[in-house]
Structures are given as C-alpha cells and as structure tokens.
Design a protein around this ligand. Structure first.
Ligand SMILES: Cc1ncc(COP(=O)(O)O)c(C=O)c1O
Length: 417
C-alpha cells in the first residue's frame, strides 16, 4: 500500500485552517496512514509513534483484529439507540467487569463524558444519603489533575487554566494537593459526597501515588460515606501493565471511568459503577432517565472496544507492557548518569515520564517543547507536559527493538548530540 498521499501536507494544513476552528496548536505535519507503531505523513516520511494519540491507540494503528471487528460490525449493524438491546454492549460491559471489580457499565464517548456521568451519579448518592446540612454534592479532586473540559469536569480538573474565561462556575468542587491524605480529610465537610482521583496523574506529569495513598482514600471514603471515583481514562486498559492502575495497589473504587485506550482509537467513554452506587442510575429506581446519550454504546465502538480486551488477554500485553516499561526505565536511569539534564524517570508499564531539568549543566532546552520538536524532526513522536516531563505512552504492541530505536533518539536529543 502506498504511504504517500495525492494531497500534500501544506494543502491539508491550509484546508484545516480555512474551515476548522483552530482550538489547538498543531504540528505542521499531516498524517495519512498508520500501521502498528508507525505513521506516515503525506509525503511518505515515517514516524515511530511513542505517544499513541494521547494513549488512545492502545493496540497501535490499524491492528488487524480491530480492523476485522469494525469491518464485521460495519456490515452488520451500526446504531439502534438506547431503547433496544445489542450484543456488543453486553460483551464490552462483561469484559470490563471481568477484568476490573465487577460493576455495571454506562457507555458514552469521552473521558469528560464518563467523569460527568460519575459526578452526576455521586450527586444522586448525596441526595439518597444526605448529610447534616441536606443533600451532599461536593466533589474533592486534586491539584494538577485532569478530568475533562465540560462544565463539571473542568471544575474537578486541578488546573486553573482549563477553566479560565468560563465563569460563572459550577459550584461544589474543591482541589487539594495530590498524595496528601490530610489535605483530603481537611476538605471533607457535611456537603462532601465524592473523592475523584487519577490513580496515577497523567497530565500532571505521571505522578505515582505514595504507598498507602489510594488505600487511605478508600478508608476516608468509607469513614465519611463518600463515593470513591478513580479516573482511569489515561491509566486503564493495560497502559500501566495491569488492566486498571488501581489494581497495582489492590484498592477498589466505587466508580471507575475509562476512555482513551478502551476504544482502541474510536470514541468510547465508560463509567463503571459498583453495587453501592450503580442502581441510582437505574430508571426504575430514579423513576425516569437519570442519564443517557444518543450514540453512547454505538456498535462500531463497542465491537472494537470488546476486541481490545480480547487482544490484550490473548497476546499477554500486560506482561509485555510491564517488561518494556522496566527496560525503558532502566535504560533512562542509566542514561541519567551521564546526562545531568535527565532528572528522573517514573511510571508504570508503558506510561512513562522522564523529568528533564532545563537548568542542568549542558541542557540546551528551556522546556519539553524543544525536545519534543527535535524528536519529531528525527521521526519519533513523544509528548511533554508541565514543561519538564517528557511522556511516553506508546501502543502496547510496541516491540523492544522499536522502543530502543525510539529511546536512542530521545537520549541523543536530550544530550544535544
Ligand atoms: C485522566 C483524564 N481524565 C479525563 C480526560 C478527558 O478525556 P477526554 O479528552 O476524552 O474528554 C483526560 C484527558 O486527557 C484525562 O487525562
């Protein structure tokens, strides 16, 4: 199959700029084809993809099993609406329950959408279990978190810049320091109903919970009758070497949200709720539709997402991600010995952060931007966050040879050689 396109990069960019809202700064690159961990631009230049479109391409580009699943489903049935039952929805819900903590799934389209559902469910819980001052509705989340850009989720997101300009704000949200149980406890008041936390902060810089943090959140939720919500939008579906990141610490939430990887590149959001709370969305309990969206659970997305779990299990991708993550961490730690600008490496599985120090001896860059741009020039896609953390979140099907090829470039670029 040809890797070039009849339409050239500049024409594709001009077309975008003429007709689309320019809501995000894009690289001057137009991609036309992908296979596995490789992407090609319109002129046929090849890129090694170590970021998988913010982690969503969890099985890489055009994985044959996903292509087969979507093709099969595309010729059978696409969309019938939520008034009918369909098999692919049940199959995906079963896979999430089997690999997670049981629970019942609600399907939507994105991470923000899934968190919005979780917050609404928590508010119903707060109404069913009021505090001394009436219905409880406050959600505690953490500084540097990211939970989405809808009106509720931008409030839960612990980054002011995400909500700048959108006043008046929705009330009932408080952001406290991550990895600080005392800060959470201090924020709990009679109106508090939920704690919403990413088990590993993604946009915040691949921040790992200190030992006892997640268990401490569980204990606080139990003590104060709160809904514990883990946002696994980044960390779910094998990304960290377990199906879901909370499994590393053996702590079970009441609600887990998924997006990105679960759809394998198609838009899927999931809110999976355990028995303490799931029934509050039951229309027979709520006496009406508590929450829904027209295309949630559309059959192309569902068929692909169910297959994502089958492939992860069949191909042992959890242990593969664990092994490759350990290899990358060891390599970068070794490189740090001779490159002072590498401050540290953290992560789990194939969710890795390399912290760089622009003030270090020999550092030629001011922030991650220059490093990411240089890697791109050299055909390797990575990402930067919080100015100093390079992020790697490649497809789980990455080979060791591909990883080493990518890390050779990353190391060379940081070193400035
Ligand atoms: C942890 C987390 N939750 C939620 C979201 C929002 O997901 P989406 O962009 O699909 O709305 C993101 C997006 O980056 C995220 O990282």
């Amino acid at each position: 199959m040809t890797t070039t396109s009849p339409t050239k990069t500049q024409d594709i960019i001009d077309h975008h700029d003429k007709h689309m809202v320019v809501n995000i700064g894009r690289y001057p690159i137009a991609l036309v084809r992908g296979r596995g961990c490789t992407l090609w631009d319109a002129e046929g230049k090849e890129y090694l993809d170590l970021f998988a479109g913010f982690g969503a391409g969890v099985l890489g580009h055009c994985h044959p099993d996903l292509v087969a699943a979507v093709t099969r489903q595309a010729s059978q049935l696409w969309h019938v609406g939520n008034l009918f039952h369909t098999e692919p929805q049940g199959l995906l819900a079963e896979a999430i329950a089997k690999h997670g903590f049981g629970g019942r799934s609600y399907f939507c389209h994105s991470g923000a959408d899934a968190n919005e559902a979780a917050i609404k469910l928590a508010r119903l819980f707060g109404r069913a279990h009021p505090g001394t001052q009436g219905p409880r509705f406050k959600v505690i989340s953490t500084v540097h978190s990211f939970h989405g850009r809808t009106f509720a989720t931008m409030m839960a997101t612990g980054q002011e810049k995400v909500r700048a300009g959108y006043e008046p704000f929705l009330e009932g949200f408080v952001n406290v320091a991550y990895n600080d149980l005392a800060a959470i406890e201090a924020a709990i008041d009679p109106k508090t109903v939920a704690i919403l936390v990413e088990p590993i902060q993604g946009e915040g810089g691949i921040n790992i919970p200190v030992e006892g943090y997640l268990a401490g959140l569980r204990a606080l939720a139990d003590k104060h009758n709160l809904v514990l919500i883990f946002d696994e939008v980044w960390t779910g579906c094998g990304r960290t070497g377990r199906y879901f990141a909370h499994q590393h610490w053996n702590v079970t939430p009441d609600v887990m949200t998924l997006a990105k990887g679960v759809g394998g590149g198609l838009p899927v959001g999931v809110m999976c709720a355990g028995p303490r709370v799931a029934d509050l969305f039951d229309h027979r309990v709520h006496h009406g539709v508590a929450h829904a969206t027209t295309l949630g659970g559309n059959l192309l997305s569902m068929a692909v997402a169910a297959t994502v779990f089958q492939v992860i299990e069949r191909d042992n991708l959890l242990s593969h991600a664990t092994a490759l993550g350990a290899h990358a961490t060891a390599r970068m730690n070794a490189a740090a010995k001779s490159i002072p600008a590498i401050k540290g490496v953290r992560g789990k599985g194939l969710f890795l952060g390399i912290e760089i120090d622009p003030a270090a001896k020999g550092a030629w860059f001011k922030s991650t931007k220059e490093v990411v741009d240089k890697c791109l020039e050299q055909g390797v896609m990575i990402n930067g966050t919080q100015n100093v953390v390079l992020r790697l979140a490649p497809p789980l099907v990455l080979t060791k040879a591909e990883l080493d090829r990518g890390l050779d470039v990353v190391e060379r670029v940081i070193r400035g050689s």
